[in-house]
Design a protein around this ligand. Structure first.
Ligand SMILES: [Zn+2]
Length: 258
């Protein structure tokens, strides 16, 4: 191959890879922040101008869901078009994130949101009547016009290991910043959703800096069950990676079932 052409190709490949990197970091800011100490949640708004909303925003997440206050609103169901997903995981330094191959999407009232990634928090970020679940998972979807829909599912402790979570946790890198890819193992992501499709929904933000207020949240009422060992497996890497609940201010939390 002509050396100039070869060099150009190398540059093109490099650029497309770095663009992909940006796409996947929608939720996480680049300037150092943490869940404890001087760069913890109380300080996020002051760390950088880009993180200002974390401190002064009025539609922030997560929130406590007071079930008696939730307003019933008729809602067309969320339709799932999820495909089995190959293992592609990064330990971001704030969570374990599973990247999507973009083949999976949801249809919310006729609008398509493509799955970008999902990741975990311990304990849960949203709470129900002040109660935390041991963990939760957030499925981050984005529409072509730049809106985000995040689906949250609580994990409760049960007797059995969750087989799809096991595939992820067995592969997840312990070292922060490391990535793992395993094309041969497919995760059935539909297994992370409860059979009961009652959910709460409200307008909010990402729960990590820069805390952008661009998220339609859908939090499923019923938890799914994982084992104690699985909770401990995650706790070894992240003993606490959830943001405290934020004030609702003028917002209502809605529920799709009376
Ligand atoms: Zn999250």
């Amino acid at each position: 191959m002509n050396p100039t052409v070869s060099k150009l190709l190398t540059i093109t490949v490099f650029i497309s890879i770095s663009t992909m990197g940006n796409l996947f970091s929608d939720e996480e800011g680049k300037i150092k922040w943490s869940y404890t100490g001087d760069t913890g949640p109380e300080a996020w708004g002051q760390i950088a101008k880009e993180y200002e909303l974390c401190g002064v925003g009025k539609v922030q997440s997560p929130v406590d869901i007071a079930t008696k206050e939730a307003v019933y609103r008729k809602f067309s169901t969320i339709k799932f078009y999820y495909q089995p997903l190959p293992i592609d995981i990064i330990n971001t330094g704030h969570t374990i994130k599973v990247k999507s191959d973009k083949k999976s999407y949801i249809d919310v009232g006729g609008k398509i949101f493509r799955l970008h990634e999902f990741h975990f928090h311990l304990p849960s970020e949203h709470t129900i009547n002040g109660k935390y679940y041991p963990m939760d998972v957030h499925f981050v979807h984005k529409s072509d016009d730049g809106e985000f829909a995040v689906l949250g599912v609580f994990f409760e402790q049960g007797n059995n290991a969750h087989p799809e979570l096991e595939k992820i946790f067995n592969a997840m890198p312990e070292e922060r910043g490391r990535k793992v890819k395993q094309e041969g193992i497919l995760v059935d992501i539909s297994k992370f959703f409860p059979a009961n499709d009652t959910f709460y929904f409200y307008d909010g933000s990402f729960t990590m800096p820069p805390c952008s207020e661009v998220v339609e949240w859908y939090v499923f009422e019923k938890p799914i069950s994982i084992s104690k060992d699985q909770i401990e497996q995650f706790r070894k890497l992240y003993p606490g990676n959830s943001r405290p609940t934020q004030p609702l201010h003028q917002r209502s939390v809605y529920k799709n079932k009376p």
